[in-house]
Design a protein around this ligand. Sequence first.
Ligand SMILES: Cc1cc2nc3c(=O)[nH]c(=O)nc-3n(C[C@H](O)[C@H](O)[C@H](O)COP(=O)(O)O)c2cc1C
Length: 379
Amino acid sequence: MPPITCIEDLRRLYLKRVPRMFVDYCESGSWTEATLRRNLADFARIQLHQRVAMGIEGGSTATQMLGHEVAMPVALAPVGLLGMQHADGELLAARAALDFGVPFTLSTMSVGSLEDVAAFVQRPFWFQLYVMRDHAFIGRLIDRARDAGCSALVLTLDLQVMGQRHPDIRNGLSTPPKPTLRNLWNLAMHPRWCLGMARTRRRGFGNIAGHVKGVSDMSSLSAWTAEQFDRGLDWDDVEWIKERWGGKLVLKGILDPGDARRAVDYGADAIVVSNHGGRQLDGAPSSIGVLSEIVARVGGDCEVWLDSGVRSGQDVFKALALGARGVMIGRAYVYGLGALGEAGVTTALELIRRELDLTMALCGVRSIADIDQRVLHGQ
Ligand SMILES: Cc1cc2nc3c(=O)[nH]c(=O)nc-3n(C[C@H](O)[C@H](O)[C@H](O)COP(=O)(O)O)c2cc1C
């Protein structure tokens, strides 16, 4: 195997090792994928300001997120169906992140359940919540997250309707995959993946199946999911969710400064400037493109984080320079997980930390707190 030098190397291996349906689910954006592309292009456009002879001995990427020590300001974003990218993907990614010293966020739409992950890692992680019409179920889910020892609730606000991703429709995305001729043929080309799946019992939506009346098999579950996302979600819901949860609350999916202000007014401890990795509103600006404006509006009142398009430690550095206090990564660690399992997630984190550390050194800063606009060319 050639050496893994960057996230793109992990991606190349990922494309070989994971069945088509789940690669497409990860890689695609909504409609024309203009926002997906813009996320990457806008990061690439930002230029850095090199400094020399700055005495950069003893630099560190360590800092805090939500008051907790982290090895670097990078959290694993919630990603649905991680357990289809690799058998027991949620459990392995969580352990890799926590061993590395960064937060892991479990998605509502995960394969491994809250209880599975809690028993496996025995340490606090974060839980991401989607709001469904069945508020009694949501209330129970929040209680389960608390019982599982989760230390923050990440409430996603930008997916009350699902962005259309063409490949998922073409592939008839489901978990586990339906036994059509096309799927069986593609699975047969990925024996390593199949072997892993044959060895685990986790193949459905672990947080949901068995916890909602009338939802026990996969077909009724997907129908239920399509019907259940609550379009009525509003700030009153944010209020009752905050109250029911009672702990640290992160609001994810914010692109508008006014919405950011409201998020703070409704008690968010952190917000995530995010366009869901280009998977929701196609035509929306990149997250990095709107970051400064949102930081200017609420940066003094809560932690502002960013996701969408982060593929390197340099991207992390650029987001911090524009005022983010932390970032979340999605695809960057999914590539590692699908390529090499738990070790691949660790590799993704190591690559990002090394890139961040080197970039800090070349720009003449020694600590995360020292990264500001001055490290950008032309500022
Ligand atoms: C395959 C996939 C599944 C995702 N599932 C969820 C999810 O269940 N909940 C959620 O809040 N965000 C979800 N997201 C969005 C991520 O949390 C994050 O916002 C996004 O991946 C960031 O963009 P990046 O992939 O360019 O890093 C998903 C993203 C991907 C790629």
